[in-house]
Structures are given as C-alpha cells and as structure tokens.
Design a binder for this molecule. Sequence first.
Ligand code: ADP
Length: 484
Amino acid sequence: MHVLLATSELNPYSKTGGLADMVSALARALAGTGLRVSVVTPLYRGMTESHPGIEPTSWRWAFPMGENLVEGRFHCQKPSPNLTLWFVDQAGFFDRPGVYGEGGRDYADNAARFIFLSRAALILARHLPEPPKVLHCHDWQTGLIPILARHAQLQTGWTQAPRTIFTIHNLAFQGSFPISSWGLTGLPSDWLHLESALHFERVNFLKAGLTQSQAITTVSPTYAQEILTPEYGCGLEGLLLKRYNDLSGILNGVDHEEWSPGSDPALPAPFTAEDPAGKAVCKAALQRELGLPENPALPLFANISRLTDQKGSALIVQTLRGLLDAGEALQFALLGSGERSLENAFRDLSKRFPDQVAARIGFDPALSHRIEAGADFYLMPSRFEPCGLNQLYSLRYGAIPIVRATGGLQDSVIDPRENAAQATGIKFIPSTEAALKKAILKALALWKEPAWLQHIRHNGMTADFSWEKQAAEYVALYESVCRE
Ligand code: ADP
C-alpha cells in the first residue's frame, strides 16, 4: 500500500511544535512496516541550504488562484527506499522567515498558502506513478484536501481517488477565513455549505477536514473523548458527535532516533535506565549552562513550551513565585516563546530569583534535549493537551513528569494513586495554582525518598512509547478505510 501524508511542518526541515515531530516519526515508522510512504510539505526558506539532500525536480505546474496564475515546483528527497518527501516550492508563499507568521502575527495570506499546499497534494495523489490508496491529512492547513479529492473524483471520474483520513493535532486551531478565500480553492461555490467548510459565515478548513474525510483521528484516546464535550470541542463537538463512529484516538510515540539519552549527540554524557550515572553529569552541565548554582542536591524542575494559556504557562509562574517566596529549595529552567506577557513574566521571575530560576526565551531544539536530560522533574499543567510530546521525552530522559490529567497527559503518565508499582509521574486535575502547588510539593517529598524516586524514574525511562507500536494502529486504520 502507498500512503501520502500531507503536513505544514516536518521535522527536521521545519518545526513550530509537535505536528512536525509526529508526522516525521510516523512517516518513518510506517515506511519501516513495509508501506510505501510519501510526504508532501512546503519548501520553506533556507531548507535546501540546510538540507542539501533536497533536489529540485522538473515537475512544475500552475493553478489559477483568484486573479493570478500561481506556479509551483516539486523538490524531492528520498531518505530511504520506502519513503519519499515532496517539497512544494512556491517562493511567494513559502520563502519567508516564518512558517505561519512573524512577530506574533499570522501571515495575511495563510488561506492562499495552505490552499496551494493542499492543491499540490492533489497533484501528487493523481499523478504519482503508484497512486496512494490513502491520503492522510494533518491539521487545518491540509483540511481542504478531502473535499478537493471528492470534487476531483466526482467531476473528472478519478477512479483511483484515495481514501482520506484527517488527524486533529489541536482542535483550537481551525483555520477560519473570510468567505472570499473559497474562490482560491477552485471548487464551485455551491460546495461551500454547512455540511462542508462553512462555519459561522466563514470558511473553516478544519471543519472541511472533519466533514469530508472518511475517518478522523486525534492524537490520544482521552482527547478523542474530550473533544465531544463543549469544554474541549471548540464549537465543533456537535459535528464530532455525529461522526463518533469514524473518530478514534491514537497516542503519539517517541522518535527513538532523535530522543534516546544513551546516544543523543546534544548531551554532554549519555545515560540509560540501566546506567543512569550520566544524568548527574547532564544536570551539572545544564546548571552551569543556565547560570544556576551547580548543586546536585537541589531538585531541578523544567518546562519547554509555547508560552500560552493552553500550556498553563501563567499557572507555572504564579505557583513557582509562591513556592519560591515561601523559601522552597528548588531550581527551575524554562525554554519557551510565545505571548509577550508570559515571556516577561518568566524573565521577571528569573530576575527575582536568579539562583533558582533560569528563563531562556526562544526556540532551541538542542537546548531542549539538554534540559530534558538535566531536569529532575518536568512541569506540564496544560489546560488541554491533545497528546503532548514533552512528557513522553521527559519520561524517557528521567525527568519525572508532573501533569494535569487531560488528553494525552492522562494517557501517558501513571500516578502512584493509579498504580504504585507502575507509577511514572504525578498527576493533578484542577487547573488551579493550589492543585499545581500540591503536585510540586509531592515532587519535593519524593525528592527526599531516593529509592521511591528511582523506582518512578526507572518506570518512566523503560515505558514503551515507541512509534513501531503506534504505527501499527495507523496501518490497521488505513487497511480498514480501504476495505470500506
Ligand atoms: P505543541 O502543542 O506545541 O505542539 P507538543 O508537546 O505536542 O506541543 O510538542 C511541542 C514540541 O515542540 C516538542 O518537541 C517540544 O520540545 C518543542 N518545543 C516547544 N517549544 C520549544 C522551544 N522553545 N525550543 C525548542 N523546542 C520546543
């Protein structure tokens, strides 16, 4: 079987969040099962320089989009015999400093940019020598692909049209644009209605994916349930309830090629669950790098995140401020960027407690590895979390996760109250300062019980979140939609 994955981000070529990691790891894991896998994604600025393996092809095309005829060209890389990456080159749309925007503002033409990507995916699906049987779309940027495929099938008798699957990585980002953007799709105006992409008098790309695909997945079983409720459904819960039978949740995995503390080139010393000594070296080096006192006795907490309400960033600041004011002996390292007020709140906290708090504002993948390796505990108090990857990386790197019990956090961390023998972290439920504080105090108590701490850390480091296991679930889904 041949599967085409469509995504706006692909690690290591482009990344703003977990989507990039997920699609990259899924593609390789699927190829590892023997499937033929293609991925289509934009060619953003600088990618051909940083990845010389990407080669231009002679495959060019053009679409009318509004008043303009917009030209595109595929570039290609084949990292392994079963895996082909197709990069959509359209300099006007993608040769820019940002992926979605700059200076905290989205690009004004994001509708056009991602309609272009989606239409390019259709060209591949129709004209690759071995047409894909499944077109697997990820997030709103590729949400129009299922309806584009359906239209091409009905209008042009495309008998080999693929089955389409849409994966929700975050329901809060829907790609909602003025009605005028519909004209860029090349679809007839009567194809825009309440059962397709029309949502509150706007074109909603995510809704199009949800209504028009054959199957819907999201990235954890708990989030698949949560999004059926008004609290988490972002206004689409009614539609999702209607498609309940086509909706499933498959937890993301960890890309072991990138995230293995025993062989991670970003770390000053390797370590494993069986031979954890190197973790102390990583912690000392991290404390030095961040300008914190090098002290093995102090528990080091960490967070690596987009700084936003979803991730509970303000809750972290308030709770830590309270604990540090009360004289608790701990250190905290932040790596993140996002809302200015939150960036400043973390900067202020580090100025107020320079020996205890280090805040690195920015996006730095290598530092994120060193933080996971050096930290003792990892804070993830998300208000909602479709899957979350950093708690999985934390487990593997021996940074015990402290998480709010929601979405993928609920599915990937085991609290001692759930199962003491298999516990891997600490969970709390209410999204409040009191609840996070209590969870951190539990961690501080755990810090004083080395045998118990070691037990929980070892459980986490040896927990199996490999992509091999998760990819098998996608293969089963692909096979089932092809049988329908
Ligand atoms: P999101 O909702 O942002 O996609 P995930 O937990 O699913 O959250 O994935 C976030 C990914 O982005 C992780 O790989 C994480 O390490 C990475 N990341 C987030 N912020 C930063 C940062 N400031 N520097 C480096 N990596 C980051």
